[in-house]
Write a protein that binds this ligand. Structure first.
Ligand code: MG
Length: 411
């Protein structure tokens, strides 16, 4: 391997962020060597990526591993094939990897990300759920191992760029911008009629299904508030949200002298990905340059918390602390999955999440039982995973007892 080349592992290589990452690497082949790839189940696409980028090792969900092994043998390719969560974690700590792009969807990201941190890989983080679930653990582990976490999430990348070389103590607050999603102007009274296709039709960004639904409920912004708290070590009240329908200003940092610095660009994930892959150098992203004359107008408005209560939930679960964000995140993943499968109405997502936050508040204020201590104190990854499980069980319980039956036995 060329010593000048950065060895890269991509976890979640067949998803939207994984594809964009490989696109940026493809334009900068002299700078990068793909060491490892992992995906959940898309063996057909993974085999194409193996042919195009010749990784040393790959990992796939255990049920798809036999299919992948057969395809690799048929094509006579040379690559080590691992499987399941232990396989993903092993790919993440490969000795030739300098950087791990964490682009898996959801809570499944946490174990491989932790493994990469413990093996001192630079993390380019797109998997916000891992920070939402166990932000304090991941950040303290990164500090312990001297590991840098570079944010791929466009808002957080914008803040990262706007913070360069500044004293963190000079930051007054940050402002996460939000497109407002497809239902920004739809009256709340019409939310009952929202279909899956309506919700999957994001105005600005082409993304995976899970994050597209999160954008429609604005749960994505809720998760991003929590993500920002840990990445930039801020107090919750220092994190503001502003709706900006054009998605050109990707977020801003306001300093104590009242200067506000922002990063702008076309809504194209290859830009923050290129920023992380090349950091601290600038490399080609393949995206088109921003043409403000063509855009003409940038607008901003306050988020409508009544219509999108999920934004307030971020501050609520951060105040509750411990595994509360993980419980909210697990419940959200479960609800989004049900909505994508046509099992629940769009409005049920926010309603059930609201129930969960109320339940957590009651539990925190009432008698605490030791068996649910993880909801308010996370000292290891298993606590965060237990809170995630609790959140999913809460959803199951509420939806199966829809006729107003009490859910107190979850305490
Ligand atoms: Mg984002």
């Amino acid at each position: 391997m060329n010593k000048e080349q950065r060895g890269v592992v991509i976890l979640g290589s067949t998803g939207s962020i994984g594809l964009s990452t490989l696109s940026v690497i493809g334009q900068n082949r002299d700078r990068f060597r793909v060491i490892g790839l992992s995906c959940h189940q898309n063996a057909a696409l993974l085999i194409e990526q193996i042919e195009a980028f010749s990784p040393t090792v790959v990992s796939i969900g255990a049920d798809k591993a036999p299919e992948l092994r057969k395809m690799v043998a048929d094509k006579n390719l040379s690559v080590t094939i691992l499987e399941g969560m232990p396989g993903h974690s092993e790919v993440a700590r490969h000795p030739d990897a300098d950087m791990v792009v964490a682009a898996m969807v959801g809570a499944a990201g946490i174990e491989p990300v932790m493994s990469a941190i413990q093996h001192q890989k630079v993390i380019a983080l797109a998997n916000k759920e891992s920070l939402v679930m166990a932000g304090s653990l991941l950040i303290s582990e990164a500090d312990k191992h001297g590991v840098q976490i570079l944010p791929i999430d466009s808002e957080h990348n914008a803040i990262f760029q706007s913070l360069r070389d500044e004293n963190p103590e000079d930051v007054d607050h940050i402002t996460l911008t939000a497109s407002g999603g497809p239902f920004r102007t739809l009256p709340r009274s019409k939310f009952e009629k929202i279909t899956l296709n309506d919700a999957l039709n994001h105005p600005n960004w082409e993304m995976g299904k899970k994050i597209t639904i999160d954008s429609a409920t604005m749960m994505n912004k809720c998760l991003e508030i929590i993500e920002a708290k840990w990445l930039f070590r801020l107090k919750a009240e220092q994190i503001h949200v502003l709706v900006h329908p054009q998605s050109i200003v990707h977020s801003t940092v306001t300093y104590k002298d009242a200067s506000t610095i922002c990063q702008m660009g076309t809504p194209d994930m290859r830009i923050p990905i290129a920023n992380c892959l090349g950091y601290p150098d600038r490399i080609q992203s393949g995206s088109s340059f921003l043409n403000l004359a063509e855009i003409e107008t940038l607008t901003f408005e306050k988020p409508d918390i009544d219509k999108f209560p999920s934004i307030q939930m971020a501050y609520d679960v951060l105040a509750l602390g411990g595994g509360s964000p993980a419980a909210l995140n697990g419940a959200n993943e479960d609800l989004v999955d049900r909505f994508l499968n046509g099992k629940i109405a769009f409005t049920r997502i926010s309603e059930v999440l609201g129930d969960l936050v109320r339940q957590l508040k009651e539990m925190k204020n009432g008698l605490k039982k030791p068996e649910t201590a993880f909801l308010f104190r996370v000292t290891q990854v298993s606590d965060a995973l237990a809170a995630d499980r609790w959140g999913r069980d809460f959803v199951e319980k509420v939806l199966s007892e829809q006729n107003g039956v009490s859910v107190t036995d979850l305490h």
